[in-house]
Write a protein that binds this ligand. Structure first.
Ligand SMILES: *Cc1c(COP(=O)(O)O)cnc(C)c1O
Length: 392
């Protein structure tokens, strides 16, 4: 008998496997509900009802109203609309603030904006410097944008504290949060957290690609950045991607129902991975050691004197699929800006592995992956000319 082949997909921070329920409902909608929600006949009305139902589900999941949720094509687009749309509406000079560990969709947007930009640094575990944030905000601060759960090192920022600091210092400063990774893995209540704009992602929570949402506290906060039809409260033109949006809502519904159970499962795997991988000599955890302040599916560990890319390729041969840190830097030898912000020695962070689990990850896969990572690190250290003799 042939041994059953284990395949460990541990790159869920990059994207997740769509749920069967999600695929099923999307196929059904493609077949039967192909109407345009803007059309006035039955097929259009049916599509519009489906769309509104999806809006209700997503609004409820973050304690928002349906008229505060609009759909976009991706979290990248939601981030762009939130920040550019708000600045366009404000239509005045001023400064904008973000952290040094943002996702590239916020980081590179900031790089391309003609405003005075101010950056908040982070500590060794990736928590933003709250005193610095307070000192950076002044009467000309238009907007602050902060990533909730970091996609590389899993740090969960204290959003309540951050919003309190912002609003106390300047009540007119808008607060945007990128919750692409934290959504359904932490509690998000936009009222309680006093958030103005919030980005949600579908394909990071077992929904399809091609859909994303943006929460906006009030329609008065935004202007559109694309021009066309009247869809999505006149804020995001273009025919809605109904199958993807309905699939997204289905994923949200299921994730919210299973939230506690899934978090517990991923926490167990996370503890196992961290404990086992830190047994490897000269390894170090990146991101919070207090797991309550860390995304439940994120493990990020550096191994001294090896290359993360080489490690990734060896693991790929064993059907263990991980990432070296961030999807954006995975094709270059550059250290990601997030790891660079932690101020750790270069020979350590170049050998970084991000393992990100999902509710589908099993303990058997975790054990298999740990074993393969252990032997791959050993093999690379044996051949590495960088390695001091005593490490062999
Ligand atoms: C994945 C991700 C995004 C971008 O999502 P896309 O689907 O690539 O547009 C933005 N922010 C964070 C934190 C992410 O993890």
């Amino acid at each position: 008998m042939e041994a059953i082949k284990i395949e460990a997909y541990l790159d869920n921070a990059a994207t997740t496997k769509p749920l069967k329920e999600v695929i099923d409902i999307m196929v059904q909608i493609q077949r039967n509900n192909y109407g345009n929600p803007s059309s006035l006949h039955k097929l259009g009305i049916d599509a519009d009802n489906l769309l509104n139902n999806a809006r209700n589900i997503i609004a409820k999941s973050i304690n928002a109203k349906p008229e505060q949720i609009l759909f976009t094509s991706s979290a990248t687009e939601s981030n762009n609309l939130a920040i550019m749309g708000a600045l366009k509406r404000l239509n005045k000079k001023g400064n904008i603030i973000t952290s040094v560990i943002e996702h590239s969709s916020v980081k590179n947007l900031f790089n391309n904006l003609e405003y005075e930009k101010r950056y908040i640094s982070v500590d060794k575990e990736g928590f933003i410097n709250l005193e610095q944030l307070e000192s950076l905000i002044d009467e000309n601060t238009l907007l602050v944008s902060i990533i909730h759960g970091n996609n590389e090192i899993g740090t969960i920022q204290d959003i309540k504290k951050i919003s309190t600091i912002i609003k106390n210092k300047n009540k007119n400063t808008l607060f945007h949060v990128d919750a692409s990774q934290s959504f359904t893995k932490t509690d998000i209540d936009v009222k309680e957290l006093d958030i103005d704009l919030l980005t949600l992602n579908s394909h990071k929570i077992h929904g399809p690609k091609g859909a994303s949402a943006l929460f906006f506290k009030s329609k008065r906060l935004l202007k559109p950045i694309l021009f066309g039809g009247h869809q999505e409260f006149n804020l995001r033109p273009g025919t809605e991607n109904i199958p993807a949006i309905i699939g997204f809502a289905k994923a949200v519904e299921i994730a919210m129902n299973e939230k506690d159970k899934n978090i517990l499962h991923m926490r167990k795997l996370q503890k196992f991975f961290i404990e086992e991988l830190l047994k490897i000599p000269r390894s170090e955890l990146n991101g919070p050691s207090d797991l309550d302040k860390r995304l439940c599916n994120n493990i990020n560990i550096s191994f001294d004197f090896i290359e993360g890319e080489a490690l990734l390729m060896l693991l790929n041969h064993e059907n263990v699929y991980v990432s070296t840190g961030s999807a954006c830097s995975s094709k270059t030898l550059e250290i990601s800006h997030v790891l660079a912000a932690l101020n750790k020695p270069i020979q350590l962070v170049q050998g970084t592995l991000r393992v990100s689990t999902s509710k589908f990850t099993t303990m058997e896969e975790a054990k298999y992956a740990v074993e393969k990572i252990r032997s791959a690190v050993k093999a690379l250290r044996k051949i590495s000319h960088l390695t001091p003799e005593e490490l062999r």
